[in-house]
Design a protein around this ligand. Structure first.
Ligand code: PSV
Ligand code: MN
Length: 394
């Protein structure tokens, strides 16, 4: 086996990608939804689709769920779903509480001025943590829409303190092996201020919440031109990077296919992780979750495309010659350092990945294998014609 093959094989062996249940359901924008006859409506169908992606890619062992969308009655529906997932060869992954959809949350959740609503939001997060424990899931991933739309309408310092309180109370319910991942987003749906707007705020709140809290980086939740890989580098260095919500964006939180707009940025992010691992000699404990939902592309095929892209870019990042790069950096050999990075990015890793797949008994091309399986035609027939539940806050 060549050095390149060895590096790629080891990178792929260690790279598990979590799929979001909501990617398989009908979704849309506030301008409309185009219904897909193959879209999943129930948690059972979402798990079946995710399991199909795992069957052809071999690297998606878990499925992220949104509590209200997937387990509306809590533990009673989570337990059978967990059993079904196991039967399908996957498991329930991160658990997202939902404290933004109900009418009560019009003016916020953990930072709502009404103490009763703050308590309701906390109770839902605690219920979600109970679900995570019932299904054996490690990560709880709340995302908050709290903020305000107009200057002067909210006390931002007070909001911060309410978040410190609510997240610390949530953290207190975790089992020792669990994590609370704090996600940030600069805007939408709040358009003047968002309570957890950037990685600094998420980091600050994670530290205040407790030792098992980490930051979740959703790649779509940044301003244009923001240097995401630097954020990743800092969080890694501080031991505070919990995971990713992977997607691509052109304008805002577009939820586009990973690497479809700027694959070099994804590469630079993955490179920071590989560089950290090379320097420290230990694997970074990161949950790689996809957070995308597609209104136009066929959903299951899109997930396979995303996973294949993630594997390609991670493989490229694994090929960076860290020792040589470090030498060039130390000598301030700017062109050589940059070319060293770029040569890994420009390597065509697809033949090596095909070999890795074959070594695992997988088809060399998961997308082609999925298309040949007839799964899409079968579920489209089974699922079409009935009212599609829409899993979206949009
Ligand atoms: C919000 O934009 C977000 O990124 C959060 O992670 C939610 O859980 C997810 O999208 C819902 O689609
Ligand atoms: Mn997200």
């Amino acid at each position: 086996m060549s050095l390149q093959e060895d590096l790629v094989f080891r990178a792929l062996d260690a790279f598990a990608i979590e799929l979001p249940s909501w990617a398989f359901a009908n979704t849309g924008t506030r301008f409309g939804k185009f219904l897909d006859p193959s879209a999943a409506s129930t948690i059972g169908e979402k798990l079946a689709d995710a399991a199909e992606v795992n069957n052809v890619t071999g690297c998606c062992p878990s499925v992220a769920v949104h509590v209200l969308w997937d387990f509306p009655d809590g533990v009673p529906s989570a337990a059978p779903a967990s059993k079904l997932a196991a039967d399908l060869g996957v498991r329930i992954g991160s658990i997202s509480p939902n404290v933004f959809q109900d009418q009560e949350y019009k003016y916020g959740s953990l930072a709502n001025p009404d103490a009763a609503i703050r308590a309701k939001a906390l109770a839902h997060i605690l219920d979600s943590i109970e679900i995570s424990q019932a299904v054996g899931s490690r990560d709880v991933t709340p995302w908050f829409t709290d903020g305000s739309n107009y200057p002067g309408t909210a006390n931002m310092r007070q909001h911060k303190r309410w978040f410190e309180e609510g997240l610390a109370a949530s953290h207190a319910a975790l089992q020792p092996d669990q994590r609370l991942l704090i996600e940030y987003k600069p805007f939408e749906p709040a358009f003047y201020h968002t309570d957890i707007a950037d990685w600094g705020m998420a980091l600050r709140l994670a530290k205040a919440a407790g030792p098992q809290a980490r930051v979740l980086v959703d790649t779509g939740h940044h301003y244009q031109t923001q240097n995401i890989e630097q954020i990743v580098a800092w969080l890694l260095d501080d031991g505070m990077l919990g995971g990713f919500h992977l997607n691509d964006r052109r304008f805002a939180d577009d939820d586009l296919t990973l690497g479809s707009i700027d694959p070099y940025q994804v590469f630079r992010i993955f490179h920071e992780i590989k560089s950290f691992e090379w320097e420290t000699g230990r694997a970074a404990d990161i949950a790689y979750m996809v957070d995308q939902s597609h209104n136009l592309k066929p959903k299951t095929e899109e997930m396979i495309q995303t996973v294949m892209t993630a594997q390609e870019i991670m493989s490229k990042a694994a090929l960076v010659d860290h020792a040589t790069l470090a030498t060039h950096q130390a000598a301030c050999s700017l062109i050589d350092a940059e070319e060293c990075l770029k040569s890994a990015f420009h390597t065509d890793v697809r033949p090596i990945i095909a070999e890795w797949r074959k070594s695992k008994g997988l088809a060399a091309n998961p997308l082609a294998a999925f298309r040949e399986s007839g799964y899409l035609a079968r579920v489209s027939k089974e699922r079409s014609g009935r009212t599609q539940a829409v899993s979206s806050y949009a």
